[in-house]
Design a binder for this molecule. Structure first.
Ligand code: NAP
Length: 523
């Protein structure tokens, strides 16, 4: 069995004592164990502050962009091995593993390109201008200019179990481009892939020492040691996010905290979407994709489907039919819908289905454990794809509160008005993303104005783009990722916007001639 060590203060460290076990949820075979007990987190922060931070900060944006491309290529060169590990520890299909690993490779490459573009504006300057210089008084010499500079701290990244590759490296991409060293902690249950990726980085010798440190296991007193220049970016459940962000030390030192938490994302079918139309089929495809990709374990997956009441039954029938061809089972042996990531995740998902099924009508699936095809008898964290039809989508209920992190969706009949749809969306208390499907522009406009404040991202799916649109579950590096309220209130990615979390905006006041000179500006 592999024992996952942590990479801290320039060396690999094996935790003291027995570790937490990592399993393959398709078979329950034990893959590895991990334990971080005994790490000196004071030394970890020292190493990042004294070694990694200065090494990154002395690089130009162009050089940091090159570093990100080197990293993207390194992972691409080991892609097959990484996909194997992702599948073995995550339990999903090859496609599921690709979504994670290729997501990491692609986001690193995208941030490298953002860095190159930034470098065209900044040249050798290591700060970023925010807006134009402007006169503050009647004297044209006395001016103001906002400027972003790199914070001389450490970025602590804590990630969820569902994206051990993408989650780790989408965060790292923005931090490194900003010039900030990273201490990263994957969720223990699926840490095998992250561990191997960091091992590849260290073995390659191509990245500045101290720019990345890895903790496989508990973070001990790390958060109690963070200071005013440091930041914490967390992805995981709302409960853990709330607990971490209320840490006294983080509050006392105004440590920046970004939380990406759970979310009751929705898809809204407009009143104009006819049964069997192209938009109807496109919506159906998106729902099935989000239920099945990574076995529904995507923070961005559609959980609630708002459908005009008169079409709810037909949508239910079409969905059940589309899901009926799936083979729930071991993806290594032909299963097309793999298990959820852990046995405790399976318990949570089945309990959640039981709760929601009590509020509506179960159309397929259910809250009982199922045997996986080609899995050892009685083993594996399998869940049947489940569709629940609610009576009235606008009625309050658990469906607006309980995120079932698995292959389950609820259908919410509504009256077809944009006002009712916006109101139901808002009952999720803030979501990462939602999709609205319609060709009716006034209806879309009304829904946009009512719903957008509750959403981090919104896909407006109309006929002309139905074939070319990326699915809502796919987070794009150029667009912001995060959502208000229960989704955590955070914001990651969004191209250059992602750097702001790791940089300080300072308002400069001074002599135009002096400022232009020291900022390397023309004229
Ligand atoms: P979780 O149980 O909240 O764990 C998330 C991370 O927090 C793990 O790395 C976990 O480490 C760590 N953690 C737990 N307690 C901690 C503590 N006291 N101090 C420091 N770290 C601690 O969430 P999960 O079950 O892994 O992930 C599923 C949830 O993540 C879902 O609700 C999903 O919606 C959400 N999610 C959100 C996004 C997004 O971008 N918004 C993306 C993916 C997932 P251990 O594993 O070692 O306990």
């Amino acid at each position: 069995m592999i024992r996952l060590s942590s990479y801290v203060a320039g060396r690999w460290f094996e935790g003291n004592g027995p570790g937490a076990l990592l399993i393959n949820p398709a078979t329950e075979e034990v893959m590895a164990e991990a334990n971080a007990a005994g790490i000196d987190f004071g030394a970890v922060l020292d190493h990042a502050r004294k070694v990694g931070g200065p090494a990154l900060r002395q690089l130009t944006f162009k050089e940091r962009a090159t570093l990100l491309m080197t990293l993207s290529k390194l992972f691409h060169a080991h892609r097959e091995e990484l996909l194997d590990l992702g599948q073995a520890n995550g339990g999903g299909t090859r496609g599921d593993a690709k979504f994670d690993v290729d997501g990491a490779i692609g986001t690193l490459a995208a941030y490298s390109v953002f860095g190159d573009k930034l470098a065209e504006r900044t040249g050798n300057r290591k700060s970023i201008l925010d807006g134009e210089m402007f006169a503050l008084t009647r004297s044209p010499r006395f001016v103001g200019q906002h400027l972003w500079t790199t914070r001389a701290g450490v970025a602590v990244h804590i990630n969820a179990f569902n994206f051990p590759a993408w989650g780790t490296f989408e965060k790292l991409a923005a931090a490194w481009l900003a010039g900030v060293p990273v201490v990263t902690k994957p969720a223990t249950s699926t840490a095998l892939l992250t561990w191997r990726m960091v091992q590849l980085m260290v073995e390659s010798g191509k990245f500045p020492e101290g720019a990345i440190q890895l903790v496989c296991g508990s973070t001990g007193d790390l958060l109690d040691r963070l200071g005013p220049m440091d930041s914490l970016a967390f992805t995981g459940s709302a409960a853990t996010g709330t607990m971490l962000r209320s840490n006294n030390n983080l509050l006392r030192n105004s440590v920046r905290v970004n939380v990406e938490a759970d979310s009751l994302n929705a898809l809204v079918l407009g009143p104009d979407v006819e049964v069997g139309s192209d938009l109807w089929s496109a919506a159906l495809r998106l729902i099935v994709q989000d239920m099945t990709q990574k076995s529904g374990q995507k923070c961005t997956a559609i959980r609630r489907v708002l459908v005009p009441a008169e079409r709810a039954e037909e949508l239910g029938e079409a969905l059940v039919d589309a899901l009926s061809g799936l083979k729930v089972g071991n993806p290594m042996a032909g299963g097309t819908l793999g298990p959820v990531a852990t046995m405790s995740q399976q318990r949570d998902v089945l309990a959640g289905i039981a709760t929601l099924a009590a509020e509506g009508k179960l159309l397929c699936g259910g809250s009982s454990r199922v045997e996986g095809v080609d899995a050892p008898a009685g083993k594996g964290a399998y869940v049947a794809p489940t569709v629940i039809l609610m009576k009235d989508g606008s009625a309050p209920g658990k469906v607006h509160d309980l995120e079932i992190f698995g292959p389950c969706v609820s259908l919410l009949p509504y009256d077809g008005s944009a006002g009712a749809a916006a109101c139901i969306l808002s009952m999720g208390q803030g979501s990462l993303v939602s999709t609205v499907v319609s060709d009716q522009r006034p209806w879309l406009e009304e829904l946009l104005n009512g719903a957008a404040p509750w959403l981090g991202r919104m896909l407006l799916l109309s006929s002309k783009i139905a074939d070319s649109a990326t699915p809502p579950g796919m987070v794009l590096p150029a667009l912001v990722h995060g959502g208000p309220g229960r989704a955590g209130g955070g914001e990651e990615l969004g191209g250059e916007r992602g750097l702001c979390f790791y940089m300080q905006r300072t308002a400069l006041q001074g002599d135009q001639v002096v400022l232009r000179k020291i900022l390397g500006l023309e004229g």
